[in-house]
Ligand binder design. Structure first.
Ligand code: ZN
Length: 491
């Protein structure tokens, strides 16, 4: 492949040339959402980042199997300490519904939000609750190799024992001595040997609704286990890329590595990729910190800190305008700048469709395409690729103004290139007119229909006049005859 992709591997802490285990094929696993409340802006980032990766790999000609899980087995509020209420059950109690209703409700919302953001659905979307048997098997393998112990019906991973043979902390760059000094000592009440040991299986308290039988107790799997079990099941014992947010590096992904290694002697993943966080006033946006804005709030503008509604494509473009390993600070100004930039880009794509070819080109296309793809191949540097696209926008506008010219062959090539990179690779799309937007196309189309209806009435063609009014009504637009003429509104 002429376009060698380089990706930053969190494990080696450097950019590496990407070479798949099987030529032409890529196995990609990304940690999906825990479905017990609405997705917020911080959640959109990993899924847009890895959607870009998925789309770019596909563009490069790879056949990608993309697995993204749904966490739905009711983990505890304090995963590290193993205390607190199971988060899904807590929500079910608050909303007075079944835990699986909570899961279904927020999974549906998540899918709708991803669809709005034009995030491609994964090839397989396994749910943790559907893979309890596989998770129990991983525990048995770890136990057989001596890296787990049982206490009162729960099973814990023996980090100290594991660290004697393998190294715990390789991904996050911590070592066990640091972890020891930074964790609280157990108060003697705990059934764990060490406070940094993590649960593989938890015996369920009597009030815990989400529970499954196991050889040790009726209970539920530890949070980290599902990703080990499901990535192996669908991508094999060794696979290419594992992605997720940087906040998952420790403990979640560190524990995944430990589980995989302890159960079969070696790690599965070739490349670990992590996206950085979205901050708001410099602080990470997180549900647990209470400083988040949900995607639905962004799309409708209904949140006290939002000055207006932002369309899903504005959000997508905003995220793509930063490199995935940099933080992005949320602000109305930044989103408004993205909105304007996106409008300019989309307007240029339209202009491109209308351009006329000349005898000769005065523009250099090869340079533009090469630079865009070189940026994306350099660890998915989407902001640089977008900057080059804007250079192209200037070029398109100069051709339109007549200060530059383009040949028929080059015009064809430029159209193909913009179509591929804007729609297929960056995953942007034309948006429908919405009630919040000042969309002049909608307004002008309505003006045209209102005039047609007026003409129909003047010709006493009542059937056509009524048809226009009724059918607009059906799609949610209401026409009102007033003394000053016809007014329209969205219902
Ligand atoms: Zn995971």
């Amino acid at each position: 492949m002429e376009n060698q992709l380089f990706i930053y591997n969190t494990l080696s802490r450097k950019k590496e040339a990407f070479k798949p285990l099987v030529p032409g094929k890529v196995g990609l696993y990304v940690c999906g959402p825990t479905v017990y409340s609405n997705s917020h802006l911080g959640h959109a980032r990993p899924f847009i980042t890895f959607d870009l990766l998925y789309r770019y790999l596909t563009f490069l000609g790879y056949k990608v199997r993309y697995v993204r899980n749904i966490t739905d087995v009711g983990h505890l509020e304090d995963e590290v300490e193993g205390t607190g209420e199971d988060r899904i059950t807590k929500k079910a109690r608050l909303e007075q519904i079944e835990p699986m209703e909570v899961v279904q409700k927020y999974m549906n919302t998540f899918h709708r939000n991803m669809d709005d953001l034009n995030v491609t659905p994964p090839s397989i979307e396994p749910r943790a609750s559907g893979h309890i048997i596989e998770q129990i098997q991983v525990i048995k393998d770890i136990q057989k190799n001596g890296y787990a112990y049982e206490a009162n019906g729960s099973i814990y991973f023996d980090v100290e024992k594991y660290n004697q043979k393998y190294k715990y902390g390789i991904l996050s760059g911590r070592n066990l001595d640091d972890i020891k000094t930074n964790t609280r000592q157990l108060d003697g009440q705990s059934e764990k040997k060490n406070s940094f040991d993590f649960a593989l299986w938890k015996k369920a308290a009597p009030e815990h609704i989400m529970r499954w039988p196991s050889p040790w107790s009726d209970g539920f799997p530890g949070w980290h286990l599902e990703c080990s079990a499901m990535s192996t099941k669908y991508l094999g014992e060794k696979f290419d890329i594992h992605g997720g947010g940087m906040d998952l590096t420790f403990p979640h992904h560190e524990c995944e590595i430990a589980q995989n290694t302890a159960s079969r002697g070696e790690e599965s993943v070739q490349y670990w990729m992590h996206n950085n966080m979205i901050t708001i006033n410099g602080q990470k946006m997180a549900r647990s910190l209470g400083n988040f804005i949900t995607l639905d709030e962004l799309f409708t503008g209904k949140h006290e800190i939002l000055e207006q509604a932002y369309s899903p494509m504005t959000i997508r473009f905003f995220i793509l305008q930063a490199h995935y390993r940099s933080t992005i600070d949320f602000s109305n100004e930044a989103l408004q700048a993205s909105e304007k930039g996106l409008e300019r880009l989309m307007a240029a794509v339209k202009t491109l469709a209308e351009l006329k070819a000349s005898e000769q080109s005065t523009v250099d296309l090869a340079g533009l395409e090469e630079k865009c793809y070189a940026a994306l191949s350099d660890d998915l540097n989407s902001p640089i690729a977008i900057a080059h696209l804007f250079d192209g926008v200037k070029m398109i506008n100069s051709i339109k103004a007549g200060t530059e010219s383009i040949s028929a062959t080059d015009l064809e090539e430029l159209r193909k290139f913009y179509h591929t990179i804007v729609f297929d690779v960056l995953g942007l799309k034309e948006e429908q007119a919405s009630a919040g937007g000042d969309n002049h196309i909608l307004a002008e189309t309505l003006e045209l229909l209102i005039n047609l209806r007026r003409d129909a009435k003047a010709n006493k063609d009542w059937a056509t006049a009524d048809k226009i009014r009724d059918e607009l009504n059906e799609i949610g637009i209401e026409l009102k005859d007033t003394k000053d003429g016809v007014e329209w509104s969205l219902k």
